[in-house]
Design a protein around this ligand. Structure first.
Ligand code: FA5
Length: 338
């Protein structure tokens, strides 16, 4: 019996040992299911190399045939086991990074959506746009001059207590703050434009106050301003009635009550009737003559009205949201409901 029967050359010119090395090396370099299948066909298939080797056994003498045949059959078992193992691994492992598994079923891509505050702001501004108001925006980091002084709220005025202010803490800019309301845009708009003016101004506001179910420390407002010759309180009421009808439906009851804001005279708040209660949704009034004068307007010639509302509060009513803090907590369970 030859000592080197394991590497005995067959008639096909390939020894069992050479075939084993070639098969294992080739198996190690397979990376996909397709390559693994090609390997199986190439080595174990009907026309594969191992089958060819077995077919060549007939040309060997009886002794060699027995030895090489046994080695080749044992290699077949070994290669089949290796194939099974690799095949299982390839099925359970994920597709390699960067490749696309075209056998996966299609999935709908996750589309984002507009934030509920943005949706409400757009609805509100659109209602006013259709009544002839233009949408503009202004700075969130504001000067004390526009947030307070030009709005008839001097430094020692008790009304400043209403707006707990977040100041931009700097030695050189101690008159800079995060706007506490969108009303500074009344002063900026009048300063930069001649009448007639009809604008709505959506934007973020900031107040240094503790939060609860109806108060956030940052929230949106939508400001409105109309200035022209001959504008009266009737225009204010008519415009805000129409707004309430568009947002809350034609049957919604609306109530005006006196309120105080230093930059309007007279001042009101507007409430709507909701489940048997009156809910305040905005502050408003006729632009104070001093505010018109501060902006360089002749208050004997021009009059106007202004209003400011909170879109989150309005969205809360419309969508039965019980806590304003949901708007900015980034919880997708809340946000995806809109
Ligand atoms: C003002 O801010 C005035 N600038 C409104 C105004 C404009 C009056 C023009 C007259 C003329 P007030 O502080 O009430 O007013 O806020 C107006 C609206 O902003 C409120 O009705 C409410 O909807 C919303 N709002 C106020 N504070 C908060 C808060 N902490 N969290 C959420 N929304 C708020």
């Amino acid at each position: 019996m030859p000592k080197d029967h394991g590497v005995q050359a067959t008639q096909a010119g390939e020894s069992v040992e050479e075939l084993k090395i070639a098969a294992i090396t080739a198996l190690d370099s397979t990376e996909s299911g397709e390559q693994l299948e090609a390997w199986r066909v190439g080595f174990l298939g009907r026309k594969g190399r191992l089958t060819g080797l077995l077919r060549g056994l007939g040309s060997l003498d009886i002794e060699h045939r027995k030895v090489v045949g046994a080695a080749a059959n044992s290699l077949r078992g070994e290669l089949e086991a290796l194939y099974e193992e690799r095949s299982k691994q390839s099925k359970s492992s994920q597709a390699p990074v960067g490749s696309i598994d075209i056998t996966l079923p299609g999935r709908r891509p996750a589309l984002g959506g507009l934030h509920p505050s943005t949706q409400m702001i757009r609805e509100i501004t659109q209602a006013f746009n259709e009544m002839g108001f233009q949408t503009i925006e202004g700075p969130e980091v504001e000067l004390e001059k526009y947030n307070f002084d030009m709005l008839n709220i001097p430094a020692n005025h008790p009304a400043r207590d209403q707006w707990d202010t977040i100041w931009v803490d700097s030695d050189t800019h101690n008159d800079v703050l995060l706007r506490t309301h969108t009303s500074p845009m009344q002063a900026r708009t009048m300063e930069a434009n001649d009448p007639p003016i009809r604008v709505v101004v959506p934007g973020k506001c900031y107040r240094y106050e503790s939060t609860d179910a109806t108060h956030e420390w940052h929230f949106n407002q939508v400001e409105g301003l109309a200035v022209d010759e001959g504008i009266t309180f009737a225009d204010l009421k008519g415009t805000l009635y129409e707004f309430a009808r568009r947002i809350f439906g034609s049957q919604r009851k609306v109530r005006f009550r006196c309120d105080f804001f230093p930059f309007v005279e007279p001042g009101v708040d507007m409430s709507i009737e909701w489940n048997g209660n009156w809910i305040e949704i905005l502050g408003a009034g006729m632009v104070h003559p001093k505010v018109l004068e501060n902006a360089g307007y002749d208050s004997t010639k021009y009059t106007g009205f202004a209003f400011g509302m909170g879109p989150e509060r309005i969205s809360m009513l419309r969508n039965e949201i019980t806590d304003i803090r949901h708007f900015f907590s980034n919880d997708l369970r809340f946000l995806t409901q809109f």
